[in-house]
Design a protein around this ligand. Sequence first.
Ligand code: SF4
Ligand SMILES: [Zn+2]
Length: 371
Amino acid sequence: MKNAKIDTDIAQNSHPGRYWHALDDGRVQCDLCPRACKLHDGQRGLCFVRAAHGGEIVLTTYGRSSGFCIDPIEKKPLNHFLPGTPVFSFGTAGCNLTCKFCQNWDISKAREFDVLADQASPEAIAKAAHDMGCKSVAYTYNDPVIFLEYAVDVAKACREKGIKSVAVTAGYISPEPAKEFFSYMDAANVDLKGFTDDFYQNLCTGHLADVLDTLVYIKKETNVWLETTTLLIPGQNDSAEELDAMTKWVVKNLGPDVPMHFSAFHPDWKMRDIPNTSIATLKRARDIAIKNGVHYAYTGNVHDFDGESTYCHGCGQILIGRDWYELSTWNLDHDGKCNKCGEKCAGVFEDHPGTWGAKRRPVRMAKYATA
Ligand code: SF4
Ligand SMILES: [Zn+2]
């Protein structure tokens, strides 16, 4: 892909990228994700934001964002990581998967740079998050693995201020960069988009095995708090057999304490001929997960008090009640244990719930941009 506007953008916004090597034929190969794009100078990778420039791979979105917003942490979704607290959220542009059902395509498929209107240094983001009382910063809206260098620098700046980092990602990243990326994250919600390679190949042009490798890596080799999300698309990834296989795999390979979210699809992007997911389908997925031993399974994007709330897997009492993103009940003691039977609830908890509620507050970064 070559045109003057794009060439200018690359030249003006080239931050040195990591994870690449030169090929004998003069091209450079990006080694950040399993796509391994091989690029001539001036060419962009499939993710659009990494490009070959001056014999190297560069990141073209360092310090450029598609917007900043304070959200409830439950919206990421993370139900077992500092519940009730506000999370400072931002993303850039581009994506390294091509999901036909993308629910965020205005950002992930952005080919115009107007979406990158907000400029912010890592220090500015950390300061803004801190000043606004956020416990964490989320790399979200588009997949942060493709802007690894920016995300890692933001995470470092946040750590210095005691602010945690949360990755919302499809987990489509190669093993070496995954080590660096997740070493700076405190929590992650990883999409497990389906449980067949056909699904990943046909609808996302990716491979299931790479995502499973990332999930196992996070769970077994890091201290990152992990939850998964599956967007259930009618007729595509919602059969009882597929969900049975998926949830059994999760329990066997990640353990019973990784919360699973099953969320509702709405017709979007290139899949407008498929209906919304029914609440019955979401409840069925949650039931299958629980039957197979998942301790914490949730329905998402729908109003369903039972499916949104957290239950003690020891005694069954409700531990955290949720009404959309509003917490209604809190039955954890100061150690994150059930106050009735003493069973530990898996997760990262403070001794009291946050009080942010369901608010979504856009943030104008201009006053922090030069921090
Ligand atoms: S991160 Fe982007 S440029 Fe690199 S291999 Fe993946 S899609 Fe290609
Ligand atoms: Zn209990």
